[in-house]
Design a protein around this ligand. Structure first.
Ligand SMILES: Cc1cc2nc3c(=O)[nH]c(=O)nc-3n(C[C@H](O)[C@H](O)[C@H](O)COP(=O)(O)OP(=O)(O)OC[C@H]3O[C@@H](n4cnc5c(N)ncnc54)[C@H](O)[C@@H]3O)c2cc1C
Length: 473
């Protein structure tokens, strides 16, 4: 993270803008423009780029935090780990903190994000007040979404554009005051229908002034599904006080958070450990690397139990096709990566999970309720019905490919895509997608996207959304 002088950030920031402008101008006319970033949380494999990208390392830093207005000025490539460190120092947090430490603010706004406060505050872009965007045609525009802003369309069209219209260089965001600890209740449900009913109850209770469940306030809500008959909602309540003698749990070492969901009914974490509870074991995906076996975990350095370390292992596996070769040597079927987050209306959650348990069979599964924060807003590239409660369903694993198919055919991923569309849901675009072009743009705001693209990137210096997401260019 760059060290940012917070009191006098404007001249410092101006210097960064000059540097990035020089870099943009040094790229030959007509040549593609792309980002060179140190980390990524895009799962789909991408073609190797032959051109140098814009070096945006210096855009990782928090310019200023204002505890009076509860806002922060943040550089676009700031990781949430750095952002949370800077805001917690003031007793504040971003309104939606995605679970993986190296997701950046700009990445989460352009690629959407979700977390356990999303039933109160929606997704990260819904607490952005202002952005500076380097557009495909090389201009740096300040966009606010206010009536009268000539670039209002870019403000609303930026979420889910995945860097295909421009890059966010600075974002002014709203923050929420926090308390020291989060007290957790893991509430079991024997059916998905019962869990969905509880989610609706919690989200709807907000209209009476306070989100609550069974008489207790709810600040955070997500869930873990282990089987059709075993699922839990984890309800979090912020507090400054712990009863005498109670110490917060620690899941950054030998103990594993997701297992505690099944074994404890109540728990307490510091606010910081709560925000990163899923990063330590990349939800549960660290088990694929042996990191949950006691003897390996003892040897694994605690500081290396992090999602970005597992990412590096995934990259090595991809480079050398280690799992593919192992499966072949053991005469086992090849496996298709099924790594996706989707959203369905809450009353379709049980139908989706029934389908998933019978046809896909990956467990555990993560669920997280979500409601659009401002019912009047319209985000055309990823449009929700503002009156509707949605549930995000996340699953990250592999399945054996059916006879005669290859992993690249995406048989299971296509099945999931079709089911999500049938249930009036949406699929996040950070991973593989298989839609035909017309179907894709019918879902993701095609007509408005084409207008935005021709306005802000008229000579197509940036890859288009379909080319990036589906064609993986
Ligand atoms: C296994 C897995 C689990 C995930 N789980 C969650 C989750 O639980 N919650 C959640 O919120 N998200 C989750 N994500 C999705 C993640 O939030 C998105 O992929 C997000 O876009 C990643 O941001 P990044 O900063 O790592 O961006 P990158 O991966 O570096 O880039 C993503 C895309 O955004 C573009 N981009 C990056 N920075 C900018 C910028 N400043 N301006 C414009 N465009 C930019 C890039 O060009 C690229 O197309 C998950 C992803 C994976 C792979």
């Amino acid at each position: 993270m760059s060290q940012v002088p917070s009191a006098a950030w404007r001249p410092y920031y101006q210097g960064l803008l000059e540097q990035v402008t020089e870099q943009y101008q040094a790229i030959p006319d007509g040549a593609p423009v792309r980002l060179a970033k140190a980390t990524s949380n895009l799962f789909r494999p991408r073609a190797q780029s032959t051109t140098a990208g814009l070096d945006v390392k210096a855009f990782d830093g928090v310019l200023a935090v204002d505890p009076i207005t509860c806002t922060a000025e943040v550089l676009g490539m700031t990781t949430y780990e750095h952002l949370v460190d800077a805001t917690l120092a003031y007793g504040l947090m971003p309104m939606c903190v995605p679970q993986l430490r190296t997701i950046t603010l700009g990445g989460a706004v352009t690629g959407l994000g979700i977390e356990s406060a999303s039933f109160r505050f929606g997704t990260p872009h819904e607490s952005v007040l202002e952005m500076d965007i380097l557009t495909g045609d090389g201009h740096i525009l300040t966009v606010t979404g206010a009536e009268g802003d000539p670039h209002r369309d870019l403000f609303y069209g930026f979420p889910n554009s995945y860097g295909s219209l421009g890059y966010a260089l600075r974002l002014k965001i709203e923050l929420e005051p926090v308390k020291k600890y989060v007290r957790l209740r893991h509430v079991p449900f024997a059916t998905a229908t019962a869990m969905a009913a509880a989610i609706s109850q919690i989200v709807d209770s907000g209209s009476q002034g306070q989100y609550s469940f069974q008489g207790q306030q709810v600040d955070f809500c997500d869930g873990t599904v282990f089987s059709p008959t075993e699922q839990y909602l984890t309800l979090g309540l912020m507090t400054d006080e712990l009863p005498d003698g109670q110490r917060p749990s620690d899941y950054t070492g030998m103990d594993i958070y997701y297992r505690s969901v099944q074994s404890k009914t109540e728990d307490v974490l510091t606010i910081k450990d709560y925000l990163w509870r899923w990063d330590t074991d990349w939800f549960w995906c660290s088990r694929a690397f042996g990191a949950q076996r006691t003897f390996i975990r003892r040897l694994w350095p605690k500081a290396k139990l992090r999602s970005d370390v597992y990412w590096k292992l995934v990259a090595l596996d991809r480079k050398w096709d280690l799992s593919g070769k192992l499966a072949k040597a053991q005469h086992k079927p090849a496996r298709e990566p099924v790594v996706q987050d989707i959203e369905v209306p809450v009353d379709q959650l049980a139908a989706f999970l029934d389908f998933f348990h019978s046809q896909v069979q990956i467990e555990p599964i993560w669920v997280c309720p979500l409601k659009q924060r401002d019912p009047r807003a319209r985000w055309p590239l990823y449009e929700f019905d503002p009156a509707q409660t949605y549930v995000n369903v996340g699953f990250w694993s592999t399945v054996a490919v059916p006879d005669g198919a290859t992993p690249e055919d995406g048989v299971i991923n296509r099945l999931i895509e079709a089911k999500v569309t049938e249930l009036d849901g949406r699929k996040s675009l950070y991973s593989t997608a298989f839609y035909a072009r017309d179907d894709f743009y019918a879902i993701y705001g095609g007509a408005e996207y084409q207008v935005l693209k021709s306005t802000y990137d008229p000579t197509a210096r940036l890859l288009g959304l379909y080319e990036k997401v589906v064609e993986r260019r």
